[in-house]
Each structure stands twice: as C-alpha cells, then as structure tokens.
Design a protein around this ligand. Structure first.
Ligand SMILES: Cc1ncc(C[n+]2csc(CCOP(=O)(O)OP(=O)(O)O)c2C)c(N)n1
Length: 334
C-alpha cells in the first residue's frame, strides 16, 4: 500500500474549462465504445454472451470518476465504463475484453460482467446484484486500518438496493464509519421491473437515514452536478464521518442488455429522456460558455471515432487464449 494519497484540490466544473472538456471526452468515448459494442460487434456475432452498457448514464461515472483520486478504490457496476477509461484502461483492452481475446483485462474470460483491474484499484464488477456493497465495505475497512485518507466508491442500480447484501453492507459500513461513497444510478428500471414495483418508497435516498447515512439526490444527467455532489460526498467520507450516498436520477437510454428491445418502456419516457441526453446537455453548456466552438466539438467526436476504429482493429487481431490458461486467475495455485 502506498503512502496516503495527495488529495486533489476541490474543483468546480462550472468554472474549469479543462475539466469540462475532459468530461466531454470521457463521456463521448464511453458512448462511442459502447455503441460499437452494443450496436455493431454484438449484432455481427463478434461478441457472445451478455452486453450491458451505460447509454444515457455517462455523466455518473465521469462526474464521480473525475473527482476520485488515483488511490481511491472503485467498485463499478456494469454501466460505468468511463471509470475504466479515467483510470487509463485503453479502449483496445475493452474491445478485446468483450470479444474474449487475451488483450482484454481478464485475458479472454467473460465479457464485461466480471472485468476489473486491481493494479488500477478497480475491483472487478460482480454480476450478482449488490454483491459489491460488502466488498466495498471490506476495501474501505482496509483503507481505514492502514491510516490512509483514501475512500472506496461503490456503484449500483436502483434494483440492487432491494437486495439483502445492499442493506447488510450499508449497515456495516455505517456502524464502522467506513469511508465509502455509494453511487446509485437510479435509471428507473431493474431490467424490466419499474421502480414502483420493486420498492415502496419514492427515492433510493429515503433508505439511507435508516442506517444513519447522509444522502442526496442529484440530476444524474448533469455532469456538473454529479461532480459537485461527488466532491461533497468524498469530503464527508475522507473526514472520517462515515459513508455518504448519492442517488443519481437518470434513465437507461437502451435495453437492459443488447438482446432486450425494452418494449416495456413507454414511448413517452424514451422521448422525455432523449431531450435530457447528458452528452448533448454538456455540449450545450460548453458552447454557451464559449469554451469550445461547434467545429472543435465535431473534431473531438471524429478523433474518438478514429481511435475506436483502430482499437477494434487491434482487438480483432488479439488471439483467443490458449486452453492451457483456462484456470489461470480462477483458482489460486499453490
Ligand atoms: C442476485 C441477482 N439477481 C438477479 C440478477 C439478474 N440481473 C442482472 S442485472 C438485473 C437488474 C439490475 O437492476 P439495477 O440494480 O437497477 O441496475 P441497472 O441494470 O438498472 O443499472 C438483474 C435482475 C443478478 N445479476 N443478480
């Protein structure tokens, strides 16, 4: 474990042009990478198995990810690709991961549901909903024992908050005053189950006071607001005051996974949330503040498309793993 992290000074995306442009780059890269995965490579049969993306939810992992320090621990959900990008994972590795190649983070095992990179302090995604919550408590306990000022961030959806692991994990972290920031992406659906059919309170944040945890609701499609809330939450957790929960209201602008046409979602919701697309909103703000011209934003997107083309080409050349590697990283070998 390294020495306590040098903490990043508080920043405000409203006044920090560089940070806002950085946010746009990560959000647009996440969108482009996931579009290719969900809408091209999966449909071409180049990816098998489940494909879960965060379309429409990019402001959450970017807003929070940009406020974390490199030594903080991240426990992402399956809709938080930008956390990987912010920590320096190359899109080439992401494509290789989804296509089961050795160039991926798990060297050809699984798609995105169990990918992680402990060298970058990203704990693997866990497919069982809410199972990351006790894991984040464990990571935070280690950070506290070691006397660091680092914190663990734990990401999940609204559905996960109705599982037992979530409640036990939150309670333990609260009682032990562990430095955890909980980030809920409340996208209003758990697969096909709307919020009102899986919990009887109006907001996920209503559950936090039962554990003595402060919570706030934030517009999850406004990266400025998410970033600000994340800094507030981190300040609380780093001070030794215990966990903090941020509920990001958002919408999944696609099916639960690539095989799901989401016909159970009423058209009015698609229409309403298309208008709130987090990337378009950020671009509008950047243009209003005259931080970039339209042509510069177009060039940014074109550059990302080129980078993604090259990344796919690289990943397709990466071999499938050899059968001799089958058990590597699965069981501890003595
Ligand atoms: C314990 C468990 N039950 C069921 C599933 C199947 N499953 C995977 S994701 C999901 C819905 C998750 O909803 P939510 O927590 O709201 O997250 P979202 O996918 O909307 O981000 C379900 C039911 C699972 N992975 N784990």
């Amino acid at each position: 474990m390294s020495a306590p992290a040098v903490l990043q000074p508080e920043t405000d995306m409203h006044t920090d042009r560089g940070l806002a442009l950085q946010a746009l780059r990560y959000m647009a890269t996440m969108r482009e990478v996931e579009d290719r995965i969900e809408r091209k490579l999966y449909r071409q049969g180049k990816i098998v198995g489940g494909v879960y993306v965060g379309r429409g939810q990019e402001a959450i992992s970017v807003g929070v990810g940009l406020s974390a320090t490199p030594d903080d621990v991240l426990c992402p959900s399956h809709r938080d690709l930008a956390l990987f990008l912010i920590r320096g994972v190359d899109p080439r590795q992401i494509f290789a991961q989804y296509m089961g190649r050795v160039g991926g983070l798990t060297r050809g095992k699984d798609g995105n549901m169990h990918m992680g990179d402990i060298s970058r302090r990203i704990v693997s995604i866990i497919s069982a909903m809410a199972a990351s919550v006790p894991v984040a408590a464990g990571a935070a306990l280690a950070l506290k024992y070691r006397g660091t000022q680092n914190i663990a961030y734990c990401f999940f959806g609204d559905g996960a908050t109705s599982r037992g692991d979530w409640h036990e994990g939150l309670n333990f972290a609260a009682v032990q005053k562990l430095p955890v920031v909980y980030v809920c992406n409340n996208n209003q659906y758990a697969y096909s189950t709307p919020l009102t059919k899986q919990m009887a309170c109006a907001n996920v944040s209503d559950r936090a006071p039962g554990y003595g945890i402060p919570a706030e609701i934030v517009d999850g499609n406004d990266v400025f607001a998410v970033h600000r809330a994340a800094q507030r939450a981190a300040g609380h957790a780093r001070s030794g005051a215990g966990p903090y929960l941020i509920e990001c209201k958002t919408f999944r602008m696609t099916g639960h996974s690539a095989h799901d046409a989401a016909e159970y979602v009423p058209q009015s919701l698609w229409d309403e949330w298309k208008e709130k697309d987090p990337i378009t909103r950020l671009e509008k703000k950047i243009l209003e503040k005259r931080w970039a011209k339209r042509e510069e934003i177009a060039r940014l997107h074109a550059g990302i498309r080129q980078e993604v083309d090259a990344a796919i080409e690289w990943a397709e050349k990466s071999p499938y793993p050899d059968a001799s590697e089958l058990l590597d990283g699965v069981y501890e070998r003595s």
